[in-house]
Write a protein that binds this ligand. Sequence first.
Ligand SMILES: [Zn+2]
Length: 594
Amino acid sequence: MVGDQTIAPAIGRMAVTLAAAGSAVGLAAPSLAGQEPADLIIANALIHTADPGAPLAEAMAVSDGVIVAIGDVGEVDRYRGPGTTVLDLEGRAVVPGLIDAHAHVMNLGLFLRTVDLIGTRGIEEIAARVREAAAGRPAGEWIMGRGWDQNDWAVQEFPTSATLDSAASDHPVWLTRVDGHAGWANRRAMEAAGITAATPDPEGGRIVRDEAGNATGVFIDNAEGLVEASIPLPGPEELAARLAAAQERMVSVGLTGVHDMGTEAAEVELFRQWAAAGRLVPRIASYLDGSDTTLMVALESFAGGAADAGDRFRVRGVKFYADGALGSRGAALLAPYTDDPGNDGLLVTSPDTLQAEVVRTLGLGLQPAIHAIGDRGNRIALDAIAAARETAATNGARAVAATSADAPADRGGVVPRIEHAQVVALEDIARFAEQNVIASMQPTHATSDMYWAEDRVGPERIRGAYAWRKMLDAGVPLACGSDFPVENPNPFHGLYAAVTRQDQEGWPAGGWRPEERLAREEALACFTRWAADAAGMRGEVGTLAVGARADFLVLDQDIMEVPADSIWRTRVLRTVIDGETVYEAEPAGGSEPE
Ligand SMILES: [Zn+2]
């Protein structure tokens, strides 16, 4: 039911709303001075442009999806004609459409299509959520959920399949426990998996059984695989439903663009089809999955924008991995973990292989985007980029030749990126600037990890961790993102984390390592102009200026003026891409789930 039709009718409906709002304002007599009248005028607004040359404006005119005038009423009103829609914002704040510089679109779709059971208080509540999910899906389709925990229930016992049979008898249901170490199936799921009383417990796993030996619905550890093996790979309809859900969520929280990290071959096809059909709503700048052999053997075919589809889907680079993650102690460190002295993490890719991949990518005019979390991972990534540039220089400097008409970032050429740049040796921070490498960072990772990050790396190395202020002060090009669905996709949570370095309860007072905080203007730039730069889209998106695409948000509060602790609560009232309203909040007055 969700399907891929969700967004398009919504756009149509909202366009009508926009037109109605315009006519309600009442149009003055045309006062054109030679200009073509604009399609749309935003009037009486508090516009934060993210354009350092002209940071504030009160009005903006848009034609054919492009900003044709921005400034004071006098400058913009000249574009008013009899056919112009005028939107009086009554002083509300407007910002450029926000761009998430590191995220996973289809994983967000999967996340949204998976029933969220975190915090549920009993089997009745879970049954209700499963029943709701089943109502929207054809019989036989698997319903997946995650996050139940019987320790939160009044009766702290493992549940049985009967609860789920009553909620969804026509669908196989599979719900994983909060820690992933147990799964709960209904009868349809167990039948699909061929589970009988005769099925033995696998090595390292246990099937919970009744006195007669029949499985009662819970499968522990390796026994989970008995059921999971029968879950089909997602078909085209499910993938379409995931993309629809993901883009609907993105525009509702104010994201008009995203840098999709590690796009797989099937996802490239889906994004291209949707973009070509006019169904892709946010702009996706794709960084291909460097471990996807289908894509890597054909990498040449992505050079020069050859595989792009309009301006909603473009392939910008390739995602590689230097190391693992800090939480699981897989991030590669120069010295062992403070809380695990025998362990210094692991390299996912050998330095030689990484360097060869960077050489090839830059040689095609594509951006390498290297995941690096630990200080050793980051150093290896910087070394690979430096060595690749030398190789390229001796090969006739192909690597720095821009391959598209887009304005290159400040210092020219295709700019490599390091994704996360999470724990960096202090002496390596300047190398990002010297080598013109973008540090693509996630403010909410800092506020999720701050409770334990120093345990991992100790008091000295923590100074170079999540150190976006040191990066900025050293002249490093920054871009901000969320890594959704690892973190919440709402970019206002990221803006808040960047500015306060506090969690949403305000802990710790004054902020965690507050010397790394960004000013609000910097945080906004990091999610707009700098993020656009990081994908070679400067001037096209990320700022509200003449000639830029009309991607912007109307907000319920002015994020530059409200108390910092309320930035994360900002609600998007309207999201506009190419001058078209793609999301509009329900009118105020209803009960808001928050
Ligand atoms: Zn990621």
